[in-house]
Design a protein around this ligand. Structure first.
Ligand SMILES: Nc1ncnc2c1ncn2[C@@H]1O[C@H](COP(=O)(O)OP(=O)(O)OP(=O)(O)O)[C@@H](O)[C@H]1O
Ligand SMILES: Cc1ncc(COP(=O)(O)O)c(N)n1
Length: 501
């Protein structure tokens, strides 16, 4: 039944790899507090999260219904299973529940000696339910001595010192100073239980005091704030130079998470915070499929254009097709420059090569169309207004937008043509008799579909790296290009017809 230990875990963390953080805490099946909150907090700070369960708690946003504390032998087995195998860069300890659990955790800390230990001395849930046996308070005091940072709220600070609970901030800071002095650990004093418009915290050690101010958010979403904060600090500390830097960053994040909590609509009591509020695009759909679906109306409008209908069924007058090819040649000469810009600012060689080759191919096609025109087959004339508008849009994005925006702006030209080409080809079946068979064969070719897929994948990768604001600009650039594509096709039939007769 036992998984063989791989020997004591002594490995150092490879440069740049994720911090491996362990939560030793109770559960919350609604996901707002305890190990569930801790794991989200770890992930929110880029750490690899692990969890050892001290107590199973039947609770929700209204309160605690029941607590089950498994045998401490099983707790020991969990703790050793982790530390026999995995190098733990930091530990966060939350609810311990009983004296036996607290002592078992203390014994493990002495054995495993993790380099960063954050202790949240959980005693009473915000619902008022006890989460620590009354006779376990001494055992928690012993745990404090093994921690590097202890994170009491106002009532917990009073219990740790054996003093009345401070109600004014200066008194609480005084108490925190005394605890730091007495125990030799750094204290993160939390002011969430104060009245007033602010929710200050303070980092206090034997010699220094740093107060961190934050506005009090008017919300019911404060379940698990203490768990989430201490877990965030544990995840950050191995990568930050000191406690103050780690706590400042964690608190700023937590204030945002509290503000975003109500939008989660989890439970009807004191709801959880949104741990991932700062990563709104996490789990978002692939950019290319979202943008494609949003453009459904424009795509339908494109299909309905007399030009596109005539192109598809072969009834388009030759004159119109040649007028279109002429505008297309003018367009491609500029589109090539925009693809070259995408290549110039591409984040890696694959994208750089793809767009550079695309730019060259556009010029090849443009040159072929030009030669055909010189050979007398085609038409000439000024740049049409829709061509100008489309090119201006692309050049503006290329001049001022990021790589992600440029890729989004050039994408419709790939995907709309690939889609149109494939559908016309499928409908026509045999192209032998189709007057515009060459055009259809070019864009209906699986090789062109593959290029469109590659361009979509590059846009998706860029969107994955981008924040919410850049993704919104990408969607806007894509939608604008789609609208220009429709106007571009339509300009041929929109040109004044020569008088008949
Ligand atoms: N309404 C609020 N607005 C802004 N920050 C808050 C609010 N409530 C709590 N905080 C912050 O959340 C963190 C936890 O504070 P608190 O004093 O409530 O600890 P706690 O009682 O251990 O938390 P928990 O509610 O998880 O038991 C602190 O950084 C505190 O300043
Ligand atoms: C397992 C566990 N640990 C900690 C808390 C405290 O969080 P809160 O005071 O926000 O209820 C909790 N409710 N459950």
């Amino acid at each position: 039944m036992s998984a063989a230990p791989a020997g004591p875990a002594t490995g150092t963390r490879p440069t740049g790899s994720r911090v491996r953080v362990l939560s030793v805490a109770g559960t919350d099946p609604t996901g707002g507090a305890g190990i569930h909150a801790d794991l989200k907090s770890f992930a929110a700070h880029g750490a690899y999260g692990m969890a050892v369960v001290t107590a199973l708690v039947a609770q929700n946003t209204h309160g605690v219904r029941a607590v089950h504390v498994p045998d401490v032998g099983f707790l020991r087995a969990q703790l050793d299973a982790v530390s026999d195998d995995v190098t733990v860069d930091a530990v966060k300890i939350g609810m311990v529940g009983t004296r036996a659990v607290a002592d078992e955790v203390a014994a493990w800390l002495s054995r495993a000696t993790p380099p960063v230990v954050v202790l949240d001395p959980v005693m009473v849930a915000s619902s008022g339910d006890r989460l620590l046996d009354a006779d376990a308070e001494d055992a928690v005091r012993r745990l404090v001595a093994l921690a590097d940072l202890v994170t009491p709220n106002l009532p917990e600070l009073g219990v740790l010192l054996g003093e009345p609970v401070a109600t004014a901030w200066p008194d609480a800071v005084d108490q925190a100073r005394r605890l730091a002095h007495r125990s030799g650990v750094t204290v993160l004093l939390k002011g969430g239980h104060l009245a007033g418009d602010a929710s200050p915290d303070a980092v206090v050690d034997a010699g220094t005091l740093t107060e961190l101010d934050a506005p009090r958010v008017r919300t019911t979403s404060t379940h698990g704030t203490g768990c989430s904060l201490s877990a965030a600090v544990a995840a950050l500390r191995p990568r930050r130079p000191d406690w103050v830097t780690a706590v400042r960053e964690a608190k700023e994040w937590l204030t945002g998470a509290i503000s975003a909590g109500e939008a989660l609509a989890v439970g009807s009591g004191r709801g959880p915070v949104d741990h991932l509020h700062h990563a709104p695009t996490l789990g978002a759909r692939a950019f290319s499929s979202e943008a494609w679906e949003r453009a459904a109306g424009l795509r339908a409008a494109c299909d309905d254009l007399p030009f596109v209908r005539g192109l598809a069924d072969g009834t388009l007058p030759v004159d119109d097709f040649e007028a279109y090819l002429h505008q297309d040649a003018l367009y491609l000469a500029q589109y090539s420059r925009v693809l070259a810009r995408a290549s110039q600012v591409a984040p890696g060689p694959a994208a750089q090569v793809f767009f550079a080759q695309g730019a060259a191919r556009c010029l090849d096609i443009e040159a072929r169309l030009h030669e055909e025109r010189l050979a007398g087959g085609g038409r000439s004339g000024p740049v049409g207004p829709a061509t100008t508008a489309y090119v201006d849009h692309l050049l503006a994005v290329a001049a001022t937008g990021s790589y992600a925006e440029v890729v989004a702006a050039v994408l419709p030209c790939y995907v709309l043509y690939a889609d149109l080409g494939a559908r016309i080809l499928a409908r026509a079946g045999h192209l032998g008799a189709h007057p515009y068979g060459d055009w259809v064969a070019t864009y209906g070719d699986p090789a062109f579909a593959a290029a469109a897929d590659q361009a979509s994948a590059l846009a998706d990768a860029a969107a994955h790296e981008a924040g919410a604001a850049t993704r919104a600009r990408m969607l806007a650039a894509y939608a604008a290009s789609c609208a220009h594509e429709v106007a571009f096709f339509d300009q041929v039939r929109a040109r004044p017809l020569a008088p008949v007769g």
